[in-house]
Ligand binder design. Structure first.
Ligand SMILES: [Fe+2]
Length: 339
């Protein structure tokens, strides 16, 4: 398990992390997010509050590390992506409930745990990438299985957490049986074996392998900005992004989010960080830094994301979606989605 320790405006070292209990105006953050994404938020938080944040960046293994550290864990705030990872932390008993008016007011009810064990901080939508010149202005997730798209669809593995969450959301709308039929239909429409990454959908549309595919919104920003190199800029030029919706709902979103750790030695500071992260200032940073959607209604999105049109977030409770993840994964297995 790899980790990097970074400190903001402070000289905290590991020994301090280990004995963090009672240290005033300091907190310890464990996160799987990219340093370049988190650092501007933390610097701004420290400037505003004077609270130093000691950050441990983990590639993976966040719950395992917390379980190992157990009651002695110095972790105060846990920050990660994907509803599955957040719910997993709760299920393993690694979080504690937080009741904060500021958090409850800023975050829509379906995007936070009802007991305050986790809170979404930013959103990413599961979108449709379509060939630039394709005569298509709107799309339903249900359409992916329609025969008219036979041999024209590209998508990553049905077992990837992004697709598991989409399939789980489909189950909440249509039930498991219809979802199985849908997965079979999508599988029958694939232009190539399910696999690769989201950006490969754009690459393969450019290459004429497929005409449409499913991928996250922020990758368009990352490709277009040149952050992924000149090749990816070309991929992005080949596609347009459509925000699909369920026939009886909105667009499926996943989240980045945070929780207060079960044994947080600095709980008050931890809650202050969470509250800061849903402030207007922090939500604007989220919107700009990674082409994500702010979780707080009314905060403007980045101009590039604005071009996608208005996001109508599906109203389904994320906890309900998380509950269907296992069934979703099993259905993908049953229909041989990745074969
Ligand atoms: Fe991603």
């Amino acid at each position: 398990m790899k980790s990097v320790i970074r400190t903001f405006l402070g000289a905290a070292v590991l020994t301090q992390l280990a004995g963090g209990a009672g240290l005033a105006e300091e907190l310890n953050l464990y996160t799987t997010r990219e340093p370049k994404l988190v650092e501007p938020l933390l610097e701004s938080f420290t400037k505003e509050t004077g609270i130093t944040v000691n950050t441990i960046f983990l590639k993976d293994g966040l719950p395992e590390r917390l379980e190992q550290e157990a009651a002695a864990s110095p972790a105060d705030v846990l920050m990660t992506v994907d509803i599955g990872n957040l719910v997993d932390l709760v299920d393993r008993g690694l979080t504690q409930p937080v009741n904060s008016e500021a958090l409850n007011a800023a975050i829509p009810e379906n995007l936070r745990d009802k007991d305050g064990n986790w809170f979404a901080l930013s959103l990413r939508a599961r979108a449709l990438y379509a060939a630039k010149d394709l005569d298509l202005a709107s799309f339903h997730y249900e359409d992916l299985a329609k025969p008219e798209w036979k041999g024209k669809v590209c998508i990553r593995s049905g077992q990837h957490p992004y697709n598991v969450a989409l399939t789980a959301a489909y189950i909440t709308h249509h039930g498991a049986d219809e979802t199985k039929a849908w997965l079979e239909g999508v599988k029958a429409n694939l232009a190539r074996t399910a696999g690769g990454g989201d950006r490969d959908v754009a690459r393969d549309i450019m290459g004429g392998i497929c005409e449409i595919g499913i991928a996250n919104t922020y990758y368009v920003g990352l490709m277009r900005s040149g952050a992924g190199g000149p090749e990816q800029e070309e991929w992005a030029k080949a596609i347009k992004l459509i925000l699909p919706s369920f026939e009886n709902g909105g667009t499926q979103v996943n989240v980045s989010g945070a929780a207060v750790a079960k044994n947080a030695p600095n709980k008050d500071q931890a809650v202050k960080l969470l509250e800061y992260l849903v402030s207007d200032a922090a939500q604007k940073i989220y919107a700009e830094a990674n082409y994500e959607y702010p979780v707080k209604p009314g905060i403007p999105v980045s101009p590039l994301v604005g071009e996608f049109g208005e996001l109508q977030v599906d109203a389904t409770d994320l906890t309900a979606i998380a509950r269907e993840r296992k069934t979703a994964s099993e259905l993908a297995e049953t229909v041989g989605f990745d074969n």
